[in-house]
Design a protein around this ligand. Sequence first.
Ligand code: SAH
Length: 388
Amino acid sequence: MPYDPELRGNGCPVFKKCGGCQLQNLTYPEQLRYKQGRCVALLGRFGHVGRIIGMEEPYHYRCKVQAGFAKTRAGLVSGVYQSGSGRVVPVEGCMIEDEVCSGAVAHVRDTLRELRIRPWDGRTGDVRHVLVRRGLYSGELMVVVVTQTRQLPSKNAFVENLLRRMPGITTVVHNVCADPLPLTLGRENEALYGAGSIVDTLLGKTFRISPNSFYQVNPAMTGTLYRTALDFLDLKGSETLLDAYCGTGTIGIAASDSAGRVIGVELNSDAVRDAKLNARMNGADNAEFYRGDATAFMEAMAERGEKLDALVMDPPRAGSSARFIRSAVKAAPERIVYVSCEPETLARDLALFTGSGYRVRRIQPVDMFPHTKHCEVVASLTRDSASR
Ligand code: SAH
């Protein structure tokens, strides 16, 4: 059903308490205009900002859903953590969550209820939260149950009960996390059922995703985002490409058919393990992946005097570092494609590149996160001929 462009989402009963969809009092076309304006204000000084690519159906796009649990007078509830108080706000029917994922959360809650497994309340109890991830194209569904200690009471009964309610679940993982921050995962994962990870398909490649690995939350738009990045990279077939902040290797592997050699670097060891496996699974034998800090890796490359033909970088919201950029300039890639999830830090980093012999060619916002204030931007830079 096509969505109504006049619709405002502020009918959501937990709008204020949740805080997740900051722009829901605007219609979707208004949201896109707002994001476009923000990108122009922050990035317009570097060049023309392309018209933001929005979603056709900007609802239920999040294929990664997390929920906390709390005991109330009405019984066990699941929902989001209220920022500030840390209390669980019960949520039924979130407009941005994938409905299969939301359904899985409800089934986990009902299973916990039935088996009288208690939520962790900060002092006692067991289950802290649940993470659900769905492969949009593969249909695979992963449920990760996070407990405070190694103990998950009635473990076998839990899995059995849950699968009976929702046979479409392809894997159930138990994660242990004592970190006081809400919605974090611990390092330890035990597959209680299935492979302990799921796969999904993007741009004709298959990717394995583990509980702790980063993977874009909006797979319907990820193809558009990566296609834009690949298009801006404009590889001819023989280039050496560095994929920095590579996660599970998605961009580098998608680019591997049109590059000579792909090198990926990523901090999270689980993501690197997935990236190596993903390269093998897709026959990308020209792709290699390393675990490490992108800045340290880039500095070491520059010190060895190694050169790059192309660089794609996709750092977290904090952006990259001045040291990374200084070393990247020494490796002298003809083309740099910067995939950013925070236009503010992108502006800061582009200023460093343009001050070191690079010119911004294209800037393309992509709306990966409708109804929220967040905005993804792909920017491409080329080396000035004077600095060659
Ligand atoms: N390009 C990937 C991942 C982008 S998210 C994709 O599209 O799926 C950003 C990634 O940067 C995360 O995987 C995170 O673990 C990683 N990261 C964060 N800080 C880093 C650092 N200092 N060095 C290398 N990788 C880092």
